[in-house]
Write a protein that binds this ligand. Structure first.
Ligand SMILES: *Cc1c(COP(=O)(O)O)cnc(C)c1O
Length: 413
């Protein structure tokens, strides 16, 4: 897609939000547009599947993908599932989590729902404002006699404080599992992210770095835990026919999804190159804009660079994150407020714990500041430059922009 060359905005009134003209981009730029591998390879595999007439139930593509993924997840055993949420549910159940489990509120709601769906109470913990990840020192204060585990989330693929969490889990005899939905092919101290904790859960949803349309996996070093999860995701069926030996559900990945995964894995290095190039461009183009900071990745580790995340400081930028999002969206840059408003402000948690805000000051602040911008195969350097020029312009003219926005909203009342 081409940015419209002819439209250089010099006045605030020219922004699309104020009715100043057509949007900067003719087509909508989404966050999390799928990174697709080679279409021909996928269609070849689709044909294989139809010819084999083996559509699901531990087919050859699922098994191949399961093996290949270990190189990108870490861990000794990989159990593929139909999506990341089922994978979280099954992992939690196989680990015997019950009672209360400590999780961050600054995450996708599935982290909390996967527990609550099984009548486990998610106890929300605040985050470290620098890393956006669960704060281990606050975890310790939330442990009660009912606590059975901790779920750390590697938000944006940046590892949470694994050492401190491991230590706390060990001292209090708690299970430690990770939601690594963002962290495929990410490392911590040179080790792949799935090598830590009792189990790590990945998501291959269409919006994630590597997708299988829908999909997920649990990775673990524990062979017994892995076999338990294999039973659970297949109705508890043991070997042979009609042999149910365990409680279970249907969490199987189908062959067509695995075919997409295998195809996308073949392009994974180019996805990383593109994401990294985009990240460096954003870094360069966004430098020295007051109140706008791009979160950074530790380049001594492996990253997938799938998330371009800004923090907007309204004091310095002169404009709030929400105002900026509205203006960008009018230009067809569909920036998103990730994880707004935080799990603790969503149902059913909001009703269960009406006062949880008080315990989550950093989460409350972060959910007002964070903004996600488009990246991946759907954007290029030209598009990024144009997005960043707009952001720079809006911040430079933030006084005028804010005034005009207030005027509009008060005239609409
Ligand atoms: C996407 C995501 C999930 C859920 O995965 P699905 O495959 O969509 O079910 C869970 N946790 C986090 C942090 C996610 O981003």
């Amino acid at each position: 897609m081409q940015a419209q060359e002819n439209r250089v905005i010099t006045k605030v009134e020219e922004l699309a939000f104020f009715g100043g003209g057509s949007p900067a981009f003719p087509d909508k730029l989404h966050v999390g547009r799928p990174n697709n591998g080679d279409k021909k390879r996928f269609l070849e595999r689709a044909e294989d599947i139809l010819e084999r007439c083996w559509l699901t139930n531990d087919g050859p593509y699922v098994n191949e993908l399961q093996q290949r993924l270990l190189d990108y997840t870490g861990g000794k055993h990989c159990v593929l599932m139909s999506n990341g949420t089922i994978a979280l549910e099954i992992a939690a159940r196989a680990l015997g989590l019950k009672g209360e489990v400590i999780v961050p509120s600054f995450t996708f709601v599935a982290t909390a729902h996967a527990l609550q769906w099984q009548e486990i109470t998610p106890v929300f913990c605040d985050v470290d404002p620098l890393t956006h990840n669960i704060d281990p020192y606050k975890v310790e204060q939330l442990i009660t006699p009912k606590t059975t585990g901790i779920v750390g989330v590697h938000v944006w693929g940046r590892p949470c404080n694994i050492e401190a969490l491991t230590d706390i889990a060990y001292r209090h005899n708690l299970k430690l599992m990770f939601d690594a939905a963002h962290a495929l092919r990410c490392s911590h101290q040179g080790q792949l992210i799935g090598d830590f904790g009792e189990a790590s859960v990945f998501s291959f949803h269409a919006t994630k770095f590597m997708h299988t349309f829908e999909g997920g996996a649990v990775v673990t070093d524990d062979a017994q835990l892995a076999s338990k999860m294999r039973l659970m995701k297949n109705f508890g069926f043991g070997p042979g026919y009609d042999n149910v030996i365990y409680s279970g559900t249907n969490g199987k990945m189908s062959e067509i999804c695995a075919a997409m995964g295998l195809t996308n894995l073949e392009s994974i290095n180019s996805f990383i190159d593109i994401n990294y190039d985009n990240y460096q461009h954003y870094q360069r183009e966004l430098s020295n804009i007051p109140g706008v900071s791009l979160i950074s990745y530790n380049e001594f580790e492996k990253n997938n660079y799938q998330y371009i995340i800004l923090e907007i400081d309204p004091e310095q930028a002169g404009i709030t994150r929400d105002q900026l999002v509205k203006i960008l969206q009018a230009e067809n840059i569909l920036a998103r407020r990730y994880f707004f408003p935080g799990c603790h402000n969503m149902e059913p948690y909001r009703s269960y714990f009406p006062n949880s805000k008080l315990l989550l000051p950093e989460t409350e602040r972060l959910t007002q500041k964070v903004l996600s911008l488009p990246t991946g195969t759907a954007v290029n350097n030209e598009i990024i430059r144009k997005i960043c020029q707009l952001i720079r312009f809006i911040v430079q003219k933030s006084d005028e922009v804010s005034k005009l926005m207030h005027k509009i909203s008060s005239s609409q009342m």
